[in-house]
Design a protein around this ligand. Structure first.
Ligand code: NOJ
Ligand code: NOJ
Length: 413
């Protein structure tokens, strides 16, 4: 009986799974839906349509920046006017909120859907947001410059005026002057210096310096470049003999249960700053050591990895995680965006090394994700580490934009 099951397993398990290409289309449609909700200020993106248990009906600067980076990448491929309009609307909404009086200014992590700053208790500031937004906008500015739309770029995205009013310059000034401050990590839990935040800041300033110089703002370019170099020195402190790259240092607010230093955040940082940053190449010793440690630890940690060993490795945020998508007194689970991150990493590594063997590993990561989806195109935040069924915020925008990004970077779109 067992023997028959093993032979039939692949057939049964994959019956009715959407193809990657089908999922891409649904993910794109879902991102657009979450970015154009009728009761939300135009240009803002809800993290999920879920309004309770959990309430993710807010716009997080991080999630939105990553989403719009995916849309800029998509526009670069398709040059379609719908996507372009969406990006323009987003830029206007970012300029609006950059100028709002909020509790921590450009460090504010999340906003109400009417556009006002969220002023309840929260882990703030979160200083990755401004850097990620700058990176998405710099990429779009370059596309516009190529298209001959210099006037728009000067008016809204980059000009040398101080105090800064153009969107990219405002973010770069914030990043350049505040990167030394402790802030909350991307998981909104620990305060300190984070590899993720610093690498985003490093890359935003590096690319910002290039843009500033192009736009005739040489003094600013020098300043951004100098801060970038200093962040680079700081980042070297995160190389760690045990886990390769350690997630957070100098903690000033901490979780008493998070101690290993191993987290998927550095992997996300490498992806979110690719192809620009070269300080931590994919094939460098600390990165290889880190990714292997991550894979081995999660592979071992989640039952679902052993139940379905033919699929790629299900990855979560960090091993000690207690957030189950609803509350933080439970056990963490694999996340779609983390599991996709490993697939995207294999693709980027394959592009560099031309190692065709990696293609198999890429397929397996996509299969893992599709397998734990509801097979109708929905992707929530997490899937249960034992049963494998979805949980947490439904149709998390970040899960869908991670799917889109992985597909585009793997050359599948
Ligand atoms: C919601 C946060 O966004 C999540 O990252 C965190 O783990 C929980 N709250 C608990 O702090
Ligand atoms: C919780 C995650 O930890 C955080 O990174 C994210 O920004 C919010 N949820 C919204 O998706």
């Amino acid at each position: 009986m067992k023997f028959v099951f093993l032979i039939l397993f692949p057939v049964i398990a994959f019956a009715g799974l959407p193809t990657k290409e089908e999922q891409f289309k649904i993910s794109l449609a879902t991102v657009i839906e979450n970015a154009t909700m009728s009761d939300v200020r135009p240009g803002m993106v809800v993290a999920s349509p879920s309004k309770s248990n959990p309430d993710y009906y807010f716009d997080w600067v991080r999630d939105t920046s990553l989403t719009m980076r995916a849309m800029v990448d998509y526009y670069e491929l398709k040059h379609d006017s719908r996507t372009k309009r969406m990006i323009f609307t987003w830029i206007d909404s970012e300029i609006y909120r950059q100028n709002l009086p909020t509790m921590t200014g450009l460090g504010e992590p999340k906003f109400n859907v009417n556009g006002s700053g969220f002023s309840g208790p929260w882990g703030r500031p979160q200083n990755d947001g401004a850097a990620l937004r700058a990176l998405a906008m710099i990429k779009f500015a370059r596309i516009l410059l190529k298209e001959g739309q210099q006037d728009f770029v000067i008016k809204k995205l980059y000009n040398s005026m101080m105090p800064a009013s153009a969107a990219i310059k405002k973010d770069l000034e914030y990043v350049g002057h505040n990167w030394r401050e402790h802030s909350f990590d991307l998981w909104e839990e620990e305060k300190g210096m984070h590899f993720y935040t610093l690498l985003a800041q490093f890359t935003a300033l590096q690319e910002g310096a290039i843009l500033a110089r192009e736009m005739g703002d040489g003094g600013a370019a020098d300043f951004y470049q100098e801060q970038r170099n200093q962040i680079g020195n700081k980042l070297k402190e995160f190389v760690d003999p045990r886990v390769g790259i350690v997630v957070t240092k100098e903690k000033s607010a901490r979780l008493d249960y998070k101690n290993s230093g191993l987290d998927v955040a550095p992997l996300l940082a490498l992806l979110h700053t690719s192809p620009y940053q070269k300080l931590f190449p994919f094939r460098s010793a600390p990165v290889l050591k880190y990714v292997q440690t991550l894979i081995d630890s999660f592979n071992d940690h989640y039952a679902v990895n052993k139940t379905y060993p033919d699929l790629g490795v299900a990855i979560g945020r960090y091993i000690e995680d207690k957030y189950d998508g609803y509350q933080t007194s439970s056990a963490g689970n694999p996340w779609f965006l983390s599991t996709l991150a490993l697939g995207e990493y294999y693709c980027l590594l394959r592009n560099e090394t031309k190692n065709r063997k990696l293609t198999d590993l890429v397929e397996k990561q996509f299969n893992r994700v599709l397998f734990h989806s509801d097979r109708q195109g929905h992707l929530s935040e997490q899937f249960n580490q034992t049963s494998g069924t979805m949980q947490g915020a439904r149709d998390l925008t970040w899960s869908h934009n991670a799917f889109m990004t992985a597909m585009m970077r793997c050359g599948l779109i």
